[in-house]
Structures are given as structure tokens and as C-alpha cells.
Ligand binder design. Structure first.
Ligand SMILES: *Cc1c(COP(=O)(O)O)cnc(C)c1O
Length: 457
């Protein structure tokens, strides 16, 4: 008999989680104005809000905390961190920052000026924010196939070279860099192929435009290259990562994702001019260049996390769990963005609750129903998040209306995934009885989804 798949680690420390009754959840959700961001974490049983900073550190990472050097400048922890980033990514210069958006803030302060254009394969929202707040324009150049949720292709996060070339041609001399995001978070944690990374870098460099890799889930991307792309099956994850960054000019990184720490980030580059330029912004925003807003112990934990999460077994355990949840949804016939991404499943909210008109926010209603059903917290990535058009102030109903089930690294077991799938199935089975959604009672002028107050119709 073939042995079944199992996790590549065992559990040494546990944290109790809390079940509740439906009655309690109805009360709590009402108090939270039908917005799961407003719940207290202890009111949640299984928390799939995000995979950012929510992972479980290993015994080795915890032991590194004790070895942290908290010297203000030149701490040994910085040199350990720097050497690890240099070895894994192949960059010369490394600047720590307190998280990914801080890396963007520091680097873009130096590079982005009003009127510039920055193409990218679906910029992450903070990345886009840091471009637009500098009065520059972010243009999406992801392949069209990414927007067809039912199409199964291996590298759905890829850059469209035609779209990219058009932007580069029309904006000559006005593109400070291109952002290549791996995996492509915005379209569902979908990977970018090695072939596409190389072709994108080649095209950008032909136009004299550097490439910045937004690297939050670089290791998951490398796993997909190894398992899906021809010629990479026998390479190690670390070899693939080095190859991914061979032609790239710089990286910004959120260590809260693939470095499996609760807080941290960095900028890395081979360009001396960018390093010198970014350093000037690091000091006032983040702190001195050998700590960048982080404790010495944090730098140690990042170094350890980067090393262990670029091992195949760790990534296989991770992606296997995401795919296991997807297989349960397949069994129950629940529609989601296909194929399953690296860190999350995006359920098609408006296909599940198809009786609810879009003006009543089907995906937002589904996050409420999932919480009421079993205390599971998911995240709406749909019409609520899409916000209003800045000019007309109309709701933007043009995109997809999804519910993201985002899986923290090394935190939940496959049994928890069974609970999530069963709860979703229960809601799905009674979908015909759910005919009304939610109405907005109060909303902020910007980024409304975090604080919006809703009423159940
Ligand atoms: C999370 C994320 C960021 C921002 O990182 P933070 O650590 O949350 O500030 C940037 N880009 C991508 C692709 C991300 O997933």
C-alpha cells in the first residue's frame, strides 16, 4: 500500500482555540456591524483572514530569538540576516524594514516621481497605494486568462508581454521600474513561470527599465516552478530561487509571508545607486540601516525562516494543505478561482449566493454566513473591497466578488480544513434560502472594507 501524504513536521507547542454557539456568534457579528474585521480574534474559531504574520515559527526560529543581538548599530543579528538574504537571493545590498509596505515606501520614495508610470502583474494594494500616492500611475499587465476563474492553466499569474511592451513603448523615459509580483497575490496566489520571469526582465531591459520583484511569496512561486515547469523537477528550491532573481534588479519583501515571521521585511538590490538612494529614506522612516525598524531577535528569526521555507518539504506540506481544501470544495461542487493558488482559495461569492443582487454584496454576505455557521473568519475580496469610483462615487461592480479563505503557514491541520469545507457546504446547501444581503450604514471615504458598518437585510 502506498503511504499517504503527511506533514513534514510535528507539533511541539499548541494554542487553544475557542468554539462558540450560533447564538453567541449572531450577537457578536451584530456588534461587529456584519464586518468580520471588527470581531475580536477570540470570537473566531478558525481564522482564515490572512496568511500575513499569522504563521507558526519553528523551534529553530524561537531559539534564534534568544540569540538576538540588540546593539543599535552593527548587530551580529543584522550580519546573519544580511548573509542569508545574500545567499538565498544573490543580491549584494540588503536593507531591513519593518514590513513589506515599508520596503516599498523606502525604495519608492527614492524612485517614484509624479507623472511616472509603473507597470506590474496586478500590483498588491499597498504597492499600488505607494505608487498612486506619489501621483504616479500603476498599470496592470497580467495576462487576460487570469480573470477567467474557471480556466485551469499552470501559470495564471504571468505577465502579458504584449501589454507590458505597449506600456514601455508609450512611456519611454518615464518608467522608473516594473513590479513583478510572485506569486501574483491579487489574482489568487497564482504563480509566474521562470520562462515568463526571464522574458519579462529581457523585455524591460531592452527598454532600459529595471525590474523590482515583489517577493512576498517567492518560495511558493519556486515550488510551482519545480512542480509544473519543464526542466525544473530535479532542481532544488534554493537553486530555482537563485535563478528567479538572476536578471532582477531589486526585491521588496514582506517577511510576514514566506519568511514565516510575525513582522519584518527588506529591500535587496545589486545596484549601488539604488542602495545609496534608499538608505537615505530608511533612516528617517524605519531607523538605522542595520535594524530598519526590527529587533535583533526578529532579524535572526527571519534568517532562519528564509532558510527553512526554501526547503521543498516545507513548501510541499503547505501547498498540499491548500490543495486539500480545494479538493473538498470540488467534491461539494463549490465554485472557486481555479486552479488553487499557493496561499488561499478564492470562493466565487456571487456564484454561491446567486439570489442576492450585487447591490447587496453577495461575497460579503457569504463571509457573514460562514462566520455564523461555524465561527470561521474569511475575507471578502469583492465589491466591498473594490470601493467606489473616485470620480462618480458609484460602487464598482465590474470585477469579481470573491471570498478568500487564506491559510496561515503551519498553523491549522487538515481536520480544520474539513471543518471549513463542511461549513461552506452547509451554507451552499441552503443558498436558495439566502436571498437578501447587507446594506451599508456607514463607510470611510477610503479603504472602506476595514471599518464599514453594515446592516443585514
Ligand atoms: C503582503 C504583501 C505586501 C505588503 O507587505 P506587508 O508586510 O503586509 O506590508 C506587498 N506585496 C505583496 C504581494 C503582499 O502579499
Amino acid at each position: 500500500m502506498e503511504l499517504p501524504f503527511a506533514e513534514s513536521w510535528k507539533i511541539k507547542m499548541i494554542e487553544p482555540i475557542h468554539k462558540s454557539t450560533r447564538e453567541q456568534r449572531e450577537q457578536w457579528l451584530k456588534e461587529a456591524h456584519y464586518n468580520v474585521f471588527q470581531l475580536r480574534a477570540e470570537q473566531v474559531y478558525i481564522d482564515l483572514l490572512t496568511d500575513s504574520g499569522t504563521g507558526a515559527m519553528s523551534d529553530r526560529q524561537w531559539s534564534q530569538l534568544m540569540l538576538g543581538d540588540e546593539s543599535y548599530a552593527g548587530a551580529s543579528s543584522f550580519y546573519k540576516f544580511e548573509a542569508t538574504v545574500q545567499r538565498i537571493f544573490g543580491f549584494k545590498h540588503v536593507i531591513p524594514t519593518h514590513q513589506g509596505r515599508a520596503a516599498e515606501n523606502v525604495l519608492f520614495s527614492y524612485l517614484v516621481k509624479p507623472g511616472m508610470v509603473v507597470p506590474g502583474n496586478a500590483h498588491f494594494d499597498t504597492t499600488k497605494g505607494h505608487i498612486e500616492s506619489r501621483k504616479a500611475q500603476a498599470i496592470d499587465v497580467t495576462i487576460d486568462e487570469a480573470h477567467d476563474t474557471q480556466l485551469e492553466i499552470p501559470f495564471k499569474g504571468n505577465v502579458s508581454l504584449e501589454k507590458l511592451e505597449k506600456v514601455l513603448k508609450e512611456n519611454k523615459g518615464n518608467v522608473p521600474f516594473m513590479v513583478l509580483t510572485v506569486t501574483n497575490n491579487t489574482v489568487g496566489g497564482q504563480p509566474v513561470s521562470m520562462e515568463n520571469i526571464k522574458a519579462t526582465c529581457k523585455l524591460c531591459h531592452q527598454y532600459g527599465v529595471p525590474v523590482v520583484m515583489d517577493s512576498a511569496r517567492f518560495a511558493e512561486n519556486a515550488y510551482f516552478i519545480k512542480t509544473r515547469e519543464k526542466g525544473y523537477a530535479d532542481k532544488t528550491i534554493k537553486e530555482i530561487v537563485r535563478e528567479m532573481y538572476e536578471d532582477v534588479d531589486a526585491a521588496t519583501m514582506s517577511c510576514k509571508k514566506d519568511a514565516i515571521v510575525n513582522m519584518g521585511g527588506f529591500i535587496a538590490t545589486n545596484r549601488d545607486d539604488w542602495y545609496e538612494g534608499a538608505k537615505l529614506y530608511c533612516i528617517p522612516f524605519e531607523g538605522y540601516i542595520t535594524y530598519g525598524g526590527l529587533n535583533g531577535r526578529d532579524l535572526n528569526a527571519i534568517a532562519q525562516g528564509l532558510d527553512e521555507n526554501t526547503e521543498f518539504d516545507m513548501l510541499q506540506t503547505r501547498i498540499h494543505q491548500v490543495q486539500y481544501l480545494a479538493s473538498l470544495l470540488d467534491e461539494y461542487g463549490i465554485p472557486y478561482q481555479r486552479p488553487a493558488g499557493g496561499h488561499a482559495i478564492f470562493v466565487d461569492g456571487d456564484k454561491v449566493l446567486d439570489r442576492i443582487p450585487k447591490e447587496e454584496f453577495p461575497a460579503q454576505t457569504l463571509t457573514c454566513e460562514l462566520y455564523l455557521e461555524a465561527g470561521i473568519r474569511a475575507c471578502e475580496i469583492g465589491y466591498m473591497l473594490a470601493d467606489r469610483d473616485p470620480v462618480t462615487r458609484e460602487n464598482r461592480f465590474g470585477g469579481l466578488d470573491l471570498v478568500r479563505l487564506c491559510i496561515p503557514r503551519r498553523v491549522y491541520t487538515d481536520n480544520h480544513m474539513k471543518v471549513v469545507a463542511a461549513a461552506l457546504k452547509n451554507v451552499f446547501d441552503r443558498r436558495e434560502t439566502i436571498t437578501r444581503g447587507v446594506a451599508i450604514e456607514w463607510e470611510a471615504p477610503l479603504m472602506r472594507h476595514f471599518t464599514v458598518k453594515l446592516r443585514r437585510l
